[in-house]
Design a binder for this molecule. Structure first.
Ligand SMILES: [Zn+2]
Length: 152
């Protein structure tokens, strides 16, 4: 099922953790409009970077979310967030640096450059955190810092 021109429901619900656990990771009906909003955000990001955006994790049911232990868990379980890469554009650091000045223009509620356990990705959410300082963050094994701090 297509959510928007370039993003499908399958892409936003696919999960290797779910496969491993034998869980369907099917979102409840009320989450679907939020996934459409998230896909619309991804379309704006795709147009900005000018290359396809790869979703590595979108919606996560509670079981999957607990299994992956994400800190930004609630936005994924609510259908508000996606973890993305844009290999045709550059590294996660380069992607996050491009998007950071554009969060308001693109309607990114929260932008996080994450580098955890040897993997890197960019988390985007349609949901804006209560504290402005938490809107653009870098999260690594060492902790959370405001802004985008380049990852090696
Ligand atoms: Zn995330």
């Amino acid at each position: 099922m297509k959510l928007t021109e370039h993003f499908t429901l399958d892409e936003l619900t696919r999960s290797t953790a779910a496969q491993r656990l034998g869980v369907a990771n099917t979102p409840p009906q009320e989450i679907l409009p939020r996934l459409v909003r998230t896909a619309e955000l991804l379309e704006r990001i795709r147009s900005t970077v000018g290359v396809p955006v790869v979703v590595t994790s979108g919606y996560r049911c509670d079981v999957v979310n607990r299994a992956v232990g994400g800190r930004t868990s609630s936005d994924h379980t609510q259908g508000h967030a996606a973890d993305i890469l844009a290999p045709g554009f550059g590294s996660p650091t380069e992607l996050a640096r491009l998007l950071a000045p554009l969060v308001s223009v693109l309607g990114i509620g929260q932008l996080i450059l994450e580098g955890v356990k040897g993997k890197q990705w960019v988390h985007v959410s349609t949901h804006t955190p209560e504290k402005a300082i938490n809107r653009v963050l870098t999260i690594t094994d060492a902790g959370t810092v405001p802004g985008i701090v380049g990852l090696a």
